[in-house]
Design a binder for this molecule. Sequence first.
Ligand SMILES: [Zn+2]
Length: 153
Amino acid sequence: MAKSKKAKAKQTHENFDVKSFVEKTLRGAFKKTPMYHEAKRRAKREFFEESKHGKLMRRVHFECASCKGLFFDRKGAKEIAIDHILPVVDVEVGSADYHTYIQRLFCSVDNLQCLCNFKGERDGKKSCHKIKTAEENVQRREAEARRKLEKQE
Ligand SMILES: [Zn+2]
């Protein structure tokens, strides 16, 4: 997941990355689970608002568990992500086998939260999901560096 988008080379049958393909596919499948939908349902905030023409309009937002802001999740305005509180890839252990990956990905709804995940910055701040992911990646790199050091000793 830490790969930069710019450096991504075209996939061919020769350089095909099975692990990242499988993990990406599993992440897609996770969005079809009842746990995912339940986490979204818990964050859903619905209210009715009167339009200029006096019509009642249904407004649907999702509350970010971190900043408590309200965000959209609709075509053209996907601003949320369902986040694994305990990340799928353990920050200390790093990349693990498929079985561990699947167990951590398809976790209980109690380990899931809705976080804002908008593009770019708002009021000079990145989204809560991007901030959390960046922090986890720093921890992962530090743990990896520690493991390498321990091997050398
Ligand atoms: Zn937020």
